[in-house]
Design a protein around this ligand. Structure first.
Ligand code: GLN
Length: 253
């Protein structure tokens, strides 16, 4: 509740602790009751607050986009080791834009494209790019995976946190119905989007380019086998997140 009080008063939690005598204005009281009701009905806290932290940056989030997860920060760390100055990269299924915006802030010379099939998500992603002063550095495109209007481009790095939860598993999760199904549902075995992504990536990767794809923790072996069929001869690994779970499929050609 302290977080909601801080949200409606615009004070931080330290201030609230130091001023136990402070009271809410009628408007703040109303805003607090509304926020509390939404929270008690199970709405995720980031949507109530309207923003959430990722990789030390603050991102606008609405129910149109997946809430950025700490495990996705691994994609950023790995991307940073793959990229040199002037690298070209594309983020597929960008959602809130947390991946390309974060990379744009740490890689001042990278050329960055980000796509999403959802126009509503792209609106939020563009706002986040503006918020962090990198609006002019990222080209956002509405597309189902790769942008149709970039026929001849090639990328040094293809990144994605695609929908990867197997449909049946998803239906049993708390996030189901609360975050966009489009961003979570990976089809019967969780691999529908990843399979398409791997097939299509082949014609977009620059020679020596790499792919980093977030995966469901139980799908490491399946992801390795699928990748090996599409990229024979590439260096293929599944890397673990901080919880020790399989999290990122890495393909270096
Ligand atoms: N990691 C997210 C979750 O467990 C799923 C994200 C995704 O499907 N891309 O809710």
């Amino acid at each position: 509740m302290q977080v909601l009080l801080a949200h409606v008063t615009g004070r931080n939690r330290a201030w609230l602790f130091a001023h136990p005598e402070a009271s809410l204005t009628p408007e703040q009281e109303q805003a607090f009751q509304q926020a509390r009701q939404r929270f008690e009905q199970g709405e995720p806290l980031p949507y109530i607050l309207g923003h959430w932290e990722f990789y030390g940056l603050d991102f606008i989030v609405t129910p149109e986009v997946l809430i950025p997860r700490p495990e996705t920060e691994l994609l950023i760390d790995l991307a940073r080791t793959q990229l040199g100055p002037g690298s070209r990269l594309i983020d597929i299924g960008t959602g809130s834009g947390c991946i390309p915006v974060t990379l744009a802030t740490v890689l001042p010379n990278a050329e960055i494209v980000a796509t999403d099939i959802s126009p509503a998500a792209l609106t939020i992603a563009r706002l986040n790019a503006e918020k962090h002063g990198v609006g002019g550095r990222i080209r956002f495109c509405e597309a189902d995976l790769f942008p149709l209007d970039l026929q001849s481009a090639s990328f040094d790095l293809i990144l994605s946190n695609p929908p990867y939860i197997p449909t049946e598993t998803l239906h049993g999760l708390e996030v189901f119905g609360r975050e966009p199904t489009l961003a979570l549902d990976g089809g019967p075995d969780g691999m529908d989007t990843i399979r398409r992504l791997l097939v299509e990536s082949k014609r977009w990767l620059a020679p020596g380019g790499a792919l980093l794809v977030e995966i469901e923790s139980g799908l490491g072996q399946l992801a390795l086998e699928t990748a090996a069929r599409q990229f024979p001869g590439a260096k293929i690994q599944v890397l673990k997140d901080l919880a020790g779970l399989d999290r990122v499929l890495s393909i270096v050609t």
